[in-house]
Design a protein around this ligand. Structure first.
Ligand code: FE2
Length: 230
């Protein structure tokens, strides 16, 4: 085809290898967090349980999760390699990490992680038909008529004959248990909306990149030890 497609969004999808007993320990710990939720009034019945809104936003400090986070650190560095960011020149910090449990039709609606640079979702427990992740585009680069690729009437009337990878504004990434997806925190995403989840459990975290040396460098956060609390 005589087409040139430019400027992709790149998501790393890979497998995390953990023993079943390590996974069971984490699953039980997360179930306990849900049981001891500290903010249940906040949870909308149609939304998934999210640990960061219930008092459990630092899973990376919990020893039961340390092997998982060790492996994830390697994957994050791999991801940086693909986009040619030199991880020898930056420090990576996990600032927040939490579990999400989806039962039945519960969903996580469209959102992005505003306060960080890199985010991920790791699927600790997922049946084949549990929700996948949906990624939303915001550039609409091929949308020559503003709004048309997002218009229900344009599809209904047949102005857009069918959705394909050149005109879609959202895409589902199929994920399996043990897989991780790593993506820019600014990427808008949600869970797939229809499936009937059977206690799907994922773990997410937000990571920031801080320069080791900020001299003559504008576009990263300077080292934290140079910051002064006001
Ligand atoms: Fe998210």
């Amino acid at each position: 085809m005589p087409l040139i497609n430019l400027f992709p969004l790149t998501i790393l999808k890979d497998k995390i290898e953990l023993k079943n007993n390590e996974k069971d320990l984490m699953i039980n710990e997360i179930r306990l967090m849900k049981k001891n939720s500290k903010n249940l009034d906040y949870k909308n019945p149609s939304f998934s349980w999210t640990g960061d809104t219930q008092g459990y936003e630092f899973l990376h400090k919990n020893k039961k999760f340390s092997e998982l986070f060790d492996q994830i650190k390697v994957k994050i560095k791999e991801y940086l390699k693909y986009i040619e960011i030199d991880n020898n020149l930056i420090d990576l910090f996990i600032q927040r990490s939490w579990a999400t449990i989806s039962e039945g039709k519960e969903i996580v609606s469209k959102h992005r992680h505003f306060q960080s640079h890199i985010s991920f979702a790791y699927y600790l427990k997922k049946a084949e038909n549990d929700s996948n992740i949906i990624i939303f585009d915001e550039g609409y680069k091929n949308e020559i008529i503003p709004g048309i690729f997002r218009s229900t009437t344009a599809f209904k009337k047949g102005v857009i004959k069918k959705q394909n990878h050149l005109n879609t504004t959202n895409a589902m990434v199929n994920v399996e248990e043990d897989e991780i997806v790593i993506f820019p925190s600014k990427t808008v995403h949600s869970t797939q909306q229809n499936p009937n989840n059977r206690e799907r459990i994922s773990i997410s975290a937000d990571i920031v990149c801080i320069s080791k040396d900020s001299e003559l460098l504008e576009m990263t956060m300077p080292p934290i030890n140079e910051w002064t609390k006001m």
